[in-house]
Ligand binder design. Structure first.
Ligand SMILES: [Zn+2]
Length: 268
């Protein structure tokens, strides 16, 4: 695992050393790519939860543990974000997401249903490699040799295709986007999120591939005092009539703010 860590960290830092011009950049480009990649991965992970609930009804499946659901949401994010081999920006963002998990201090994490951060990083790299082993041959050394990443990728891709994707050519309900006014000094985080285009990309990707039957909102806001602030989450406001259930993905400005300031270290 140390080899994986050092190689991915090197991959993250490599563009920095080429592009470093600190006198002209208030916040360096490597940090921006890193935070954008991590935020995008987490937002798409929450979309995975939303689609599991809205399309497949998997959120309440008694056969699934919460760890199963978290693992599935990560894989869902990877399938949606799968970069082409000739898309260096997409690859850099995915590597950033994996690199982000590698930097998390495991000892700080308590009662988390997600897989350990290093496992999440390993799974991200495995699925990216597995999506196209010849094109991503440089990552072959990073994946567990006992894992058939190409088979894992194909199985997940097929499952999402069969269970979730819609090929009717019809659009379902469109996703509503809310950027709530920031409070508590979160202006920079809100601006970063807007500039990143992550929310709009997510809306477009979901609407294009999946048929939404319910009201769905992506809401960015200052969460302090309202919810656990240093995170993103997905929840459902239930109604007497399930057709009126409202699915909400919440992106807390505080999570973005903390990553922009401190990177991943100390992430809980
Ligand atoms: Zn989750």
């Amino acid at each position: 695992m140390n080899v994986l860590r050092s190689l991915i960290v090197a991959a993250i830092l490599a563009p920095l050393s080429l592009a470093a011009q600190p006198e002209t950049r208030p916040r360096d480009e490597a940090t921006e790519t890193f935070v954008r990649g991590f935020v995008r991965f987490l937002a798409y992970h929450e979309a995975g939860h939303m689609l599991m609930g809205q399309i497949a009804g998997l959120s309440n499946n008694p056969d699934w543990s919460s760890a199963d659901r978290e693992d599935y949401a990560d894989k869902f994010a990877m399938i949606l974000l799968e970069p082409d081999a000739d898309d260096p920006d997409g690859i850099a963002e995915i590597i950033s997401a994996a690199g982000g998990w590698l930097q998390v201090d495991n000892s700080l994490i308590r009662n988390d249903p997600h897989a350990p951060p290093h496992q999440r990083a390993q799974d991200i790299v495995c699925l990216m490699y597995g999506s196209n082993p010849p094109a991503f041959a440089e990552f072959a050394d990073l994946v567990d040799p006992d894992t058939d990443c190409a088979a894992l990728y194909q199985a997940m891709e097929n499952e999402i295709d069969e269970v979730f994707r819609d090929y009717s050519g019809q659009y379902g309900r469109s996703i509503e986007i809310i950027y709530a006014a920031p409070t508590g000094g979160m202006e920079d985080a809100r601006q970063f999120l807007r500039d990143s285009g992550v929310v709009e990309d997510l809306k477009d990707d979901i609407e294009a591939e999946f048929y939404l039957t319910n009201r769905t909102t992506i809401r960015a806001m200052s969460c302090e005092g309202k919810a656990k602030s240093d995170t993103f989450y997905s929840d459902t406001v239930r109604s007497a009539n399930p057709e009126d259930d409202h699915f909400i993905i919440t992106l807390c400005y505080e999570m973005i703010d903390a990553r922009l300031k401190y990177g991943m270290r100390g992430f809980e």
